[in-house]
Design a protein around this ligand. Sequence first.
Ligand code: SAH
Ligand code: DHB
Ligand code: MG
Length: 232
Amino acid sequence: MATPNPYPLLVEVDQYIERLFVSHDMVLEQALNDATEAGLPEIHVSPNEGKLLYLLAKLSGAKRVLEIGLLGGYSTIWLARAIGPEGKLVSLELDENYVRVASKNLERAGLLSLVDIRQGAAQDTLEKMVQAGEAPFDLVFIDADKDGYPVYLDYALKLTKPGSLILADNVIRRIADTMVGGEKPKPGASDPMLTGIQEFNRKLAANPKLESIVVTVTREFVDGLAIARVKD
Ligand code: SAH
Ligand code: DHB
Ligand code: MG
């Protein structure tokens, strides 16, 4: 699907950083193993990106986190570890089976009491949250279906406050596919995931209420994490 990372050096550098800076404990290891065994796709954040999410949450002092796209709970464990025992993490997931797998993983991590999993289509859940006057989040991590990103950004803006962070995974991979060395989309073919990400990045960059950047993230492919702060 995505173009494999054409730069083996970047993969080696990523692995070097991981060996030095990311201690992968049994809880994280088992979360990935159980997810794979249960047949979940291996599309969780990389260990280095998990550590980056953890640090961003800690650096910003986030206590209330919203995650859109739970999968097996791998990124959830990283984020929940950063918010401390008084924190709260709400995670949205469409697939009931993934919710079961993630719940087990979070329980084993001792984090289930901090995490509120809401099963269903994220857009519906987000609309309900806005209608219900949900308290603002300090950090929103967008990582579900890529064509939904522009809508998720609108909701993230409604569910945050000045100083909050909005993060989004996978904002470069499909763009990179269209560039030198990538699998160029066939002329006339439209890829809703590509157009969703393109629109998301444009909206993020142009929103006067946000200060934003994308950092490139290396793994088996070249990708990026968007980092935005809601202005004071
Ligand atoms: N954050 C996870 C990875 C999430 S993968 C991690 O890094 O560990 C994307 C997830 O979004 C998948 O579990 C998929 O089922 C979920 N998803 C896709 N479309 C969705 C939708 N419309 N509403 C809610 N979740 C959705
Ligand atoms: C896919 C989704 C992700 O969130 C990710 O990090 C990698 C891949 C996917 O849908 O293919
Ligand atoms: Mg992702």
